[in-house]
Design a protein around this ligand. Structure first.
Ligand SMILES: *Cc1c(COP(=O)(O)O)cnc(C)c1O
Length: 403
């Protein structure tokens, strides 16, 4: 079939399955209240779908550091890191990330990337060679899955949090090298992976453990150092990825690992080598965000966030839906059906509440959900407004169910 015709019919099928996505156009900054550009003009929306968990995206000190950084360092880096794009500002930032994870990874070094997606595909594609077998958690983020697809390694997918199944797979493997790959906080579920047990299995079977802490770095562990700190883990065989567009409120990511692993990435990771280095001005903005996250203000923000999470969970009365067990700012409400999920998201939208409806392939078939995310920037009253709206919709739903 001719390509355009084929694409049109495939788009039509997505539409029928309620799987078509639309982009909302945000005018202005990220925050609890966002201005969204609609057909009939701008609209103010109370937003529960950003990953700006600590409200740092609009934090004046971070914004000023970005602006001053751009004044001093320019808009762009001009080249890939191995040519002339690696700035002293990037370098100092990498040393800070390495110091943060050094208690958990001996001889720790860190490498800065423009995005977490890039960091994950770069790391997996260059570390997991033909002699490696990868053991990938079923609910892993798409960037890990794509990195594994790029890698020459063998791959097995283990069922979500199923340590016994993983152990059987590790035992059955005759690969020379093994690598377990997991999200630390599952991005659509909000719950933590059993990292201590995974590291135990890795030790027993001579495997490496790669941890994607996109939703843990900045939030978990002392001073927000992330999931390795949260669980007090330490091993030479850990590869840690922290992302910087979520709790840190800016953009970018870093890989922290043994210095030899990082040197290998510098030499061989194609997404690192063949891509322009991120704007150096990101570095002072990230240093400022790190200062906040690692200091008393960070502790205060995490405490506020914890209070908002507890308030939401205590207030919701959602029968017949299911609020997943989660202590993180990711608070998903599983609805099941795609069309129903999107209808509920639309009903909330009509009330001025912006909550993302999440459908396959982001989540398994039949588990479509409203993914509520909270931020320390939300007020108690804003959380209460969401609780009231969700409880009212659930009451209607259970009323309908009983008829
Ligand atoms: C968001 C996310 C990423 C990608 O990070 P970006 O910096 O947004 O590219 C990777 N892994 C997980 C689990 C994520 O949620």
């Amino acid at each position: 079939m001719e390509l355009l015709q084929d694409l049109r019919s495939r788009l039509g099928r997505l539409e029928q399955q309620h799987l078509c996505r639309t982009r909302r156009i945000v005018a202005g900054a990220c925050g609890p209240v966002m201005t969204v550009q609609g057909a009939d003009g701008p609209r103010s929306m109370l937003t529960f779908c950003s990953n700006d968990y600590l409200g740092l995206a609009a934090e004046p000190a971070v914004v000023a550091a970005l602006a001053q950084g751009a004044q001093r360092l320019g808009a762009g880096s001009g080249a890939s890191p191995l040519i002339s794009g690696h700035n002293l500002a990037h370098h100092r930032l990498e040393e800070r990330f390495a110091a943060l994870q050094a208690p958990h990874i001996p001889a720790c070094r860190a490498l800065f990337f423009g995005t977490g997606y890039l960091a994950n595909i770069a790391t997996l594609a260059s570390l997991a060679d033909r002699e490696t077998e990868i053991f990938s958690e079923e609910l892993n983020h798409a960037s890990l899955i794509d990195g594994i697809r790029l890698a020459a390694a063998q791959r097995r997918i283990y069922p979500h949090a199923d340590l016994a199944a993983l152990e059987a797979m590790l035992r059955a493997s005759s690969a020379r090298r093994k690598m377990i790959v997991t999200d630390a906080v599952f991005s659509m579920d909000g719950e933590l992976a059993p990292l201590p047990q995974l590291l135990g299995l890795a030790r027993q079977h001579g495997a490496w453990l790669m941890v994607d802490d996109a939703h843990g770095f900045g939030l978990l562990g002392d001073r927000g150092r992330g999931s390795l700190a949260h669980f007090s883990l330490r091993s030479e065989h850990l590869v840690y990825v922290g992302t910087l567009g979520k709790a840190l409120g800016v953009a970018g990511a870093f890989v922290a690992a043994h210095e030899t692993v990082i040197e290998w990435l510098v030499q061989c990771a194609r997404p690192y080598i063949f891509s322009t280095a991120p704007p150096p001005a990101l570095a002072p903005a990230l240093e400022c965000a790190l200062d906040i996250v690692a200091g008393a203000q960070g502790d205060a923000l995490r405490a506020v966030l914890g209070e908002r999470i507890a308030r939401l969970r205590a207030g919701l009365k959602l029968d017949p839906w299911r609020l997943l067990a989660s202590n993180t700012p990711i608070q998903p409400i599983v609805i099941g059906d795609n069309a129903r999920t999107m209808a509920l998201a639309a009903a909330l939208w009509d009330q001025g509440l912006w909550i993302a409806g999440i459908r396959p392939p982001s989540v398994p078939e039949g588990t479509s959900r409203l993914r509520v995310t909270l931020s320390a920037a939300h007020t108690s009253e804003q959380v209460d407004r969401l609780v009231g709206a969700l409880n009212a919709l659930a009451a209607v739903e259970s009323g309908e169910g009983k008829q």
